[in-house]
Design a protein around this ligand. Structure first.
Ligand code: ADP
Ligand code: MG
Length: 700
């Protein structure tokens, strides 16, 4: 191999001067030959067909036409432009340039046969083509360019400065002629053979100059596989290192706390999924490695009890445990819930949040340090440096997407060795995506709801039907149920949103007047104490209606609330709608979710509403959400953007990802040092990857 050749700076390529080199670096991050050869086309245009001018249609397809430029003229004034008359045997059309006229004027050959290519406009009975790509027929026939014309990623600046798709294409040809003998295989023989993959050199050739649809498909498959394979290889390697190198505290005992609670005080039989997940956690805790696990479970799937049982294992081994939640309301609720559950056990639990009084705080700090306090529940107040544990063995984070990786790592340093970490999330993300994004976390899933849950009936209603909805609310309240009414609160339109919320509150107060009805209101501008007071009134059943912004989104548990009304539902994202809906359906009663919208709906909004009314399955909803928004936007998965995929698509190419994953993890398991002869290529690639931090910027 000749690694240095492909690391040649792009400036040295024929056709790339210093200006172009700067542009390529700045706009596309192309520094070397290696980078350019891995600039993959976004799409391909089928240029197998040539149109005559009389055959042109009024559509927006790219077409190519063979003909001659018969005249050129400048049209001055507003919209100054250069116009060429272009003719073939069937008729004539215009070619138009708004920029770069001087250069075009000088370089165009009149009455010579060209192949032009581009989109057409239709005006006053004739066609025109702005800024066509042009090539002399003679060159066109000679060129390496294939029928499937690649379209490369570009920017406005690049096209304005004349680095058109055609220019990139030409550079690619030049590069290929020079670099061909330097393109070596990058996957091991057993993998190539077992999957019958296209060799690397051939794949690169076909990705840039595909000769047929079939060759292109094979080339893409091979390159996508390679991209996923090496990302997964890194993850697998990291995961293995973690397991072998990062020492954890082995919790060898399942003792009194756990056994007493499990055998005598468990309020219900665990679901199969809860048992399975608990087993996975126990195995982690009992090993010598630190646990670093993501627990996914839809809203209401029963993550809390799993958290408690895990904490009891920590206690049985002489360690402390903590549980961190993203909001005050949630922490308080966890605290009360866990105190209740732990009543029969001899243990100590405290709550620490931003509003804990200084005097209480002092006691908590002291008891934490001397080990009297066993379980600490709270908000991110737990992360403060002042909060020191005697012996923290397990840290649980609820509702992960509100916390970042940084917070996780802060918890790591609360003890000499990092405590075991369990991250719980109710935002279901598809499993393979989770494994890709949280590569360093092991994933457990609770994919089963506790028995006896009635599925929530979800309907979509227009604002015009509000009176009927009010009548429905009245009926439910008469039956003794409680109702949430939620308003959107988006940062950009905060003032308007607060106005909508207050207007809504007023009209609901009129519709449901005192003394028959009591209404709570909770929103972000209220003082924490007031929020808690209102929330507690609703939890205790003193109020029947809770008017709120999305502050109640996560975790709140009021089993008697059976109706969730979401105002301006078209403004919420899918995962948010699903989270909100999860606030009801927690008791034995039939629950309802009513999505209120205006008549005006975008097609994405329609898809979201249709999905919500069709299914209660969080994973299905997550898949749709992913398709609508792309992986980068999904809550908690922003890191997927950091993968910088060049050709693979986590969603669309999920099947390839799965195969690549299983091969990569297989290699690491079978030959973790990459010592076998067949794995030398992989060993070399891995070393390069670590060096260059990017899988395509090392040598082929
Ligand atoms: P989440 O996963 O959303 O945090 P919770 O842990 O709050 O869910 O559980 C939701 C409700 O279901 C709680 O009221 C809890 O007591 C109850 N629950 C949990 N597991 C079971 C089970 N196996 N059987 C019956 N009810 C359960
Ligand atoms: Mg929860």
């Amino acid at each position: 191999m000749n690694p240095t050749f492909l690391q040649t700076p792009i400036d040295y390529l024929k056709g790339v001067g210093p200006n172009r080199a700067d542009l390529l670096r700045a706009e596309l991050g192309i520094h070397t030959y290696q980078d350019l050869i891995h600039l993959f086309p976004n799409r391909y245009i089928d240029r197998t067909r040539y149109y005559t001018i009389s055959e042109l249609e009024r559509n927006n397809a790219d077409v190519q036409v063979i003909g001659k430029v018969t005249s050129l003229k400048m049209i001055e004034g507003k919209g100054r432009r250069l116009v060429a008359t272009f003719k073939d045997d069937s008729g004539s059309m215009e070619l138009v340039w708004f920029r770069g006229q001087k250069w075009i004027r000088e370089s165009i050959k009149l009455n010579t046969v060209y192949v032009i290519f581009g989109k057409t406009n239709y005006f006053n009975g004739s066609f025109s083509m702005p800024h066509p790509e042009m090539e002399l027929l003679a060159d066109h026939e000679k060129s390496l360019r294939s029928a499937m014309q690649p379209v490369y990623p570009s920017t406005e600046k690049l096209s304005n400065k004349g680095i058109t798709n055609k220019v990139v294409n030409t550079l690619m040809q030049t590069l290929f002629l020079e670099a061909k003998s330097h393109l070596h295989e990058t996957l091991s023989k057993p993998i190539m053979e077992s999957l019958k993959l296209m060799p690397k050199r051939e794949a690169l050739l076909n990705i840039h100059f595909p000769q047929s649809q079939a060759d292109l498909a094979r080339a893409q498959y091979r390159l996508k596989f390679e991209e996923f394979f090496y990302i997964q290889l890194q993850l697998a390697f990291k995961n293995r290192m973690h397991k072998t190198k990062i020492k954890g505290y082995p919790f060898k005992n399942i003792g009194e706390h756990f056994n007493t609670f499990y055998n005598e005080h468990l309020p219900f039989e665990l679901t199969g999924a809860q048992k399975r997940v608990l087993k996975e956690i126990r195995a982690d805790l009992g090993s010598n490695a630190q646990m670093n696990r993501l627990l996914q479970g839809d809203v209401g799937s029963g993550k809390t009890i799993v958290a408690l049982l895990s904490m009891l294992i920590a206690l049985d081994n002489g360690f402390q445990a903590c549980l961190m939640a993203p909001t005050e309301i949630l922490s308080v609720q966890h605290y009360h819930g866990l105190v209740e559950l732990c009543k029969p056990l001899n243990t100590s639990i405290s709550l620490l949040t931003g509003s804990t009084k200084a005097s209480d705080r002092r006691i908590i700090h002291e008891q934490l340090e001397n080990g009297e306090l066993k379980i600490l529940i709270g908000t991110h107040a737990l992360l403060e440096d002042k909060v020191k544990f005697k012996n923290l063995g397990l840290a649980i984070i609820d509702e992960q997407h509100r916390f970042g990786v940084k917070q996780r790592s802060k918890l790591w340093h609360k003890n000499e060795y990092p405590p075991h970490v369990l991250v719980m999330t109710a935002t279901p993300i598809p499993r393979t995506l989770a494994m890709t994004v949280y590569g360093d976390l092991d994933v457990s899933v609770i994919d089963e709801l506790p028995p006896g849950r009635k599925s929530i009936k979800t309907v979509h209603r227009y604002d015009a039907n509000r009176l009927k909805v009010f009548a429905f609310i009245r009926d439910e309240i008469k039956k003794g149920r409680q109702v949430y009414i939620v308003y959107p609160l988006i940062q950009e339109s905060e003032a308007m949103d607060y106005k909508d919320l207050m207007d809504g509150y007023e009209s609901i107060s009129r519709e449901f007047p005192l003394p028959d009805y009591q209404i709570s209101i909770v929103h972000g501008k209220m003082k924490t104490a007031d929020k808690d007071y209102e929330m507690q009134r609703f939890i205790k059943g003193e109020t029947q209606i809770m008017v709120a912004t999305t502050v109640i989104e996560v975790g709140v548990n009021v089993p008697n609330a059976s109706v969730m009304i979401i105002e301006s539902a078209e403004r919420f994202g899918l995962s948010q709608l699903h989270q909100l809906r999860g606030r009801v359906g927690r008791g034995a009663e039939q629950s309802y979710c009513i999505l209120m919208t205006s008549f005006k709906l975008s097609s994405d909004s329609k898809t979201r509403l249709e999905t919500m009314t069709r299914t209660n399955d969080g994973f299905e909803i997550a898949e749709v959400d992913l398709k609508l928004r792309g992986p980068g936007d999904i809550t908690g998965t922003q890191q997927s953007g950091a993968l910088h995929l060049k050709i693979g698509d986590i969603i669309r190419d999920n099947d390839i990802l799965k195969i690549a994953r299983s091969y990569a993890w297989g290699v690491v398991k079978d030959d973790p040092a990459f010592a076998k002869a067949e794995n030398q290529i992989i060993r070399f690639m891995y070393a390069q990857m670590v060096k260059f931090k990017n899988i395509w910027s090392f040598i082929s």
